[in-house]
Design a protein around this ligand. Structure first.
Ligand code: ATP
Length: 287
């Protein structure tokens, strides 16, 4: 064995964050013949998320750890493995994927979709393959999770328009540790044909303007989710200091919008003190 052979090969790993997806608005505007709902939503990412780390390996495998890993599937049901297989497209490439779960599952902040997007990005780099153009077959929220800045998302999630950066804003995310299944919330939504968002989303100069405009828009899933999970009302109430408090996605996570990191961190600390059993995170809104 010569020196070159005995030298340990460098361990190559690539890491990506699966940032929380927040629906600042979510208007349900109709339902297609195939049952999928039509949406009009202003989507942003918060600077808190799961971590995906991929390393080269002969075969494909997934390990899940982290504070919120309980109950997250580690088999083919996990969107991470589905994303890896989608990217591999039958070529038989391998990788060990480590998912560190920091976001509560089934909580309206698109954890699984964010993980799938982060996996696609990390593996495309590891395997030196291009990213697929259309990732919507992996899930309605996966396309938006491939982006970082604010997006107007419509159709069933596949139509995206990149929006100008929002002014500096901070988010406090609150979840009562009650998992919500998205289909159950859509089923209890009585009116599935609601007005779309305002045609033109204004250009905002400060967090307060964002909050004032958001107050004129809606999350149509908030009322049906509140009926299924009464704790959502307590989460919204706990965000009383926020410029605006609303539920994200199909819940149960609620967000509060703040104008400064200090204000957000103070609110998060108070809510954690009052509700030690809730998941609470404070993070910048990513632009
Ligand atoms: P959305 O806002 O897109 O409706 P969500 O935040 O409500 O998503 P997820 O956290 O994506 O929901 O989880 C929904 C379900 O998907 C979970 O109950 C779980 O069984 C399954 N799942 C598959 N992959 C993952 C993953 N990587 N992380 C969490 N859940 C996953």
């Amino acid at each position: 064995m010569n020196d070159a052979d005995s030298a340990a090969a460098p361990v190559r790993w690539i890491e990506r964050q699966g940032f929380a997806k927040i629906n600042l608005t979510l208007h349900v505007t109709g339902q297609r013949q195939d049952g999928y709902h039509l949406l009009d939503s202003l989507v942003v990412r918060a600077g808190v998320g799961d971590r995906i780390r991929v390393t080269a390996a002969e075969t494909l495998s997934l390990k899940v750890n982290g504070p919120l890993a309980d109950g997250v599937p580690v088999d083919a049901r996990n969107l991470v493995l589905r994303a890896a297989e989608f990217l591999d497209d039958g070529a038989g490439r391998g990788a060990t994927i480590h998912l560190t779960k920091n976001l509560p599952p089934a909580s309206g902040i698109g954890g699984g979709s964010a993980d799938a997007a982060a996996t696609l990005q990390a593996l495309a780099e590891l395997w030196s393959v291009p990213l697929p153009v259309d990732v919507s077959s992996l899930g309605a929220d996966v396309p938006v999770c491939m982006e970082t800045g604010p997006q107007r998302m419509s159709g069933v999630g596949e139509r995206l328009i990149a929006l100008p950066a929002l002014p500096p804003c901070w988010l406090v995310l609150v979840n009562p540790h009650v998992a919500v299944t998205t289909p159950a919330v859509f089923e209890s939504l009585e009116n599935k044909q609601n007005p779309a968002m305002a045609r033109q989303i204004p250009i905002f100069s400060q967090a307060r303007d964002v909050a004032e405009w958001l107050a004129t828009q809606r999350n149509d899933l908030q009322a049906p989710a509140l009926k299924l999970v009464p704790q959502i009302a307590a989460c919204l109430g706990a965000l009383e200091d926020a410029l605006l408090a609303r539920m994200s996605g199909s819940g149960a996570t609620c967000f509060g919008l703040f104008a400064s990191a200090d204000a957000a961190e103070a609110a998060a600390a108070r809510i954690t003190r009052d509700h030690p059993d809730w998941w609470v995170a404070s993070a910048p809104l990513l632009s």
